[in-house]
Design a protein around this ligand. Structure first.
Ligand code: SF4
Ligand code: SF4
Ligand code: SF4
Length: 349
């Protein structure tokens, strides 16, 4: 299998296709601290793209309540467990290498979904959620829990002051009992699991803007993308028997929406956001596949200069192009497993 460079991991990794990069990449930042879970974004997406027969339970944009919620239910816990089974105890970061341009969060020494997939004879490790797991856009809405409860659920030896989240040296107040909202659309990944998985080669990444699309004519509904996207963003539609996913509102990005007379626009879910938590743009990609330096660009400044917005589950290895300003009140250990070791820098800034 070819090797490609993933700057989120700070290293090369296995991927079924040779490394190739678009000229520009669709990317976004969501500020978790400001979201009110009004689901206006979800409704903006649904009323634009998802109002037909067979799309009733489809939400390309959803806002879920962590730590219990998820659409589909427990997708992140399940993927994490699947990799852990293949690589027990090995999912660790080496942060001693320091922060460099090509390895801003250190080096991930564990297995990605592609590494773990190779062990089980698949392009990427994954599973297909049951119909029941897709029922709710925000199951367990506003349901808090404590790290104590989470850890005690796993480790019955009891709670002591030496528990890992107490050893972080964090200086900001953390809430031991917490929840927060996680806003999710397709990450238009640099190394998409969905694209790697598709036996029909029906999924492609556009060279002009890095948007990842499913060719509806080529797709035969094998659901391999549903199985092997770790973020569970492709969805199968029973009425047409093909899969669909977020299209990054590409007619608006291209300026083809009849409303604007040729002017490019933000996507529907971004522009409708009531809390003004979303920022979206195209970023320029250099020859080496890294973001070309552009310190005046709001996304470049937030993600690459200040590093206050971080990728979601970077350890999965798809190099997602969605970034999050992590919730300041959530326990640091919980934040770290979700956004990687860049969390401490992001929150302390
Ligand atoms: S988030 Fe999933 S569906 Fe979207 S590009 Fe990445 S792997 Fe594919
Ligand atoms: S970018 Fe467009 S297609 Fe994608 S979730 Fe948002 S509104 Fe839907
Ligand atoms: S519209 Fe904005 S504030 Fe409301 S749920 Fe969506 S991301 Fe959060």
């Amino acid at each position: 299998m070819p090797e490609v460079y993933n700057w989120h991991l700070g290293r090369k990794m296995l991927y079924p296709y040779e490394e190739r990069h678009p000229k520009w990449q669709f990317a976004f930042v969501f500020n978790i601290n400001r979201c009110l879970a009004c689901q206006t974004c979800s409704m903006a997406d649904k009323s634009t793209w998802l109002f037909s027969k067979g799309q009733e339970y489809m939400w390309w944009n959803n806002v879920e309540t962590k730590p219990y919620g998820g659409y589909p239910q427990f997708y992140d816990v399940k993927i994490t467990q699947l990799i852990e089974q293949v690589n027990p105890g090995g999912q660790v970061w080496n942060v001693r290498v320091g922060r460099k341009h090509h390895a801003p969060y250190g080096v991930f020494e564990g297995m990605t979904i592609f590494d773990a997939g190779a062990k089980v004879g698949q392009a990427a490790i994954g599973y297909i959620p049951t119909d029941q797991e897709w029922r709710f856009v925000n199951i367990y809405e506003d349901t808090p829990t404590s790290m104590r409860a989470i850890v005690e659920g796993i480790d019955k030896t009891g709670f002591t002051r030496d528990e890992p989240w107490r050893m972080t040296g964090s200086s900001l107040p953390e809430h031991e009992t917490f929840f927060f909202y996680l806003q999710r659309i397709c990450n238009h990944c640099t190394y998409p699991g969905c694209l790697a998985a598709c036996p029909r080669k029906a999924i492609y990444k556009r060279p002009e803007d890095g948007i990842v699309l499913i060719d509806q004519n080529r797709c035969r509904g094998y659901k391999k993308c549903v199985e092997q996207c770790p973020y569970k963003k492709p969805m199968y539609r029973g009425t047409t028997r093909v899969s669909e996913k977020c299209i990054a509102c590409y007619p608006r990005i291209e300026g083809k929406d009849p409303l604007t007379g040729g002017e490019p626009m933000e996507t529907r879910c971004m522009s409708a956001c009531v809390g003004k938590i979303r920022m979206q743009s195209l970023v320029r990609i250099g020859e080496d596949g890294l973001w070309a330096e552009d310190r005046w660009h709001p996304l470049y400044y937030t993600i690459r200069v200040e590093q206050v917005a971080l990728p979601l589950y970077p350890q999965w290895g798809t190099e997602p192009n969605g970034y999050y300003i992590p919730p300041r009140w959530a326990p640091r250990g919980y934040n770290r497993q979700m956004f990687g070791p860049g969390v401490d820098n992001a929150i302390e800034k």
